[in-house]
Design a protein around this ligand. Sequence first.
Ligand code: HEC
Ligand code: HEC
Length: 503
Amino acid sequence: MPAKNKIIILSAFVLIVCLSFKNTQDTALFTVPGNFPKPAYQFARNPLSADGIELGKTLFYDAIVSSDNTVSCGSCHQQSAGFTQHGHALSHGVDDRLTKRNSMPLFNMAWATSFGWDGGVHDLDFFAVSPITNPAEMNESLGNVLEKLRKSEQYPAMFKRAFGTEEINSERFLKALSQFMLTMVSANAKYDKYMRYEGVELNETELAGMALFKQKCASCHSGELFTDFSFRNNGLGGMTDDDKGRFEVNQNEGDQFKFKVPSLRNLSYTTPYMHDGRFKTLEEVLAHYASTVEKNDFLDPLLSQNGQLGIALTADEQKKIISFLKTLDDEDFINNPKFAETTLALSIPKRNVELDVMPFKTKSVKVKEVLNQGIEVYLKMKEAIKTQNTGSAAALSERLPKVLRKIDVSKLGKKEKVFFISYLEKVTFNADHIIEGEYSAEHQADHFNELSKYFYVLIASFKPNSTDLYYHRCETSDQNWLSNKAQEVLAPANCSTIKTIKL
Ligand code: HEC
Ligand code: HEC
């Protein structure tokens, strides 16, 4: 063969090798777990890079993406909750507006073929547009977000590192978010280690549960992802026209009240369950399949076989299935610092509520008296939160807005009135969640932190306090609280520096 041909063949070979590498993706950044199928995401279109992932992560945790700079993707997708929102049936966004659905867990997105409970989005690269522009989520326009990013100090350089130039456009923005989300692979549960023969065995109950699961559940929750990505109706009762699921996307009559079959990984962290968050425990879920499946025109045929509604399951079988489901909890994923907000290379400036403080300084004795009573109730509530006395925290949360409502707003000036009502609403909203969160100290703490921010702005603006008060804020854990001590630690959280303001 002439030397020239040899060179042509050789270069063609080199080219093919290079191209196929580009298609597979850098294995240090993304590896397909041994027991998983081939991903659905086309990595060749958006090759991951360490800088792209870091940019995506920074954007994911940055509230700059929302209209009032208070809500980030991470607000509704929290790592410790399997990237759902702690203890929330329906997630809430800017101005504490409720969305109509339960926040979805985020992991193994490289394998998904559609996104959202109704599968309304087919490409992960487009998903972020929906929460950003949804009025109940981030209520912002993509154009505005890009403008804010262009004006920021850190982002132009980060985009340059990730994509070669400082240009910030929607494609780059969305691709960076995807890059981070794609790395969120959860495949290290006890079940996975057992499947991959990594020296872990399932016990007898778990194995019995697995066998039952394969027989009774795996027709929908199939494979290693525990979903076949189809849309089905599993007989939940009481559905209303407010949410018709898949139908809202395709207007196909037969798809009414059908929702995506969700993955069953990490269930211990992602409570509550179903698209509307109606069940708090796995026992309730299993009891549903065993005895409360309701007949409707769209019910999946698998759930009404031989004239029997639901799935035949004894109490013992339900318990065994639950122990199997727990083997799908992936503690490594939940604790992996790669996905944690606290390990961001850049610290994102959090919204500075100090800027919201107004110089009202009330003179009214009555207003002062009521606000001081409010402070007393708040401080007791803080003690209850600190000691995780959830019952007492709930009771005190019920009192706080009631006390504040004693203020006769018609006596306030026009500006003071609007301000007071708006902050009273914010305090009340979070107090309501502390009351509702009686079952979860974690959920209460989340809302206590929010409530404290608003209560601080309220008190600092009217300055009624006769005694010393301090506002403490921990940047790393996003905790903040009021105290009558100049130094205080709220919880042994991962807090390196506490910032304190004297009121
Ligand atoms: C206000 C709370 C909220 C915010 C903020 C939020 N999400 Fe979500 N997220 C949800 C809810 C609720 C769903 C389910 C949506 C549906 O089915 O309509 C969801 C679903 C998703 C899904 C689909 C997952 C799947 O498996 O189908 C992705 C991906 C996602 N969110 C990413 C993001 C990103 C990226 C951001 C930030 C740009 C973000 N979310 C901000 C609440 C939120
Ligand atoms: C006919 C298909 C089908 C079968 C069979 C089925 N499921 Fe489901 N499952 C679904 C669908 C669809 C949803 C989501 C429904 C919704 O939110 O409206 C779901 C939701 C769930 C959820 C909630 C997960 C979350 O993240 O909110 C759990 C847990 C669950 N199923 C467990 C099981 C178990 C255990 C079995 C077997 C006893 C089972 N499923 C059998 C279709 C099915």
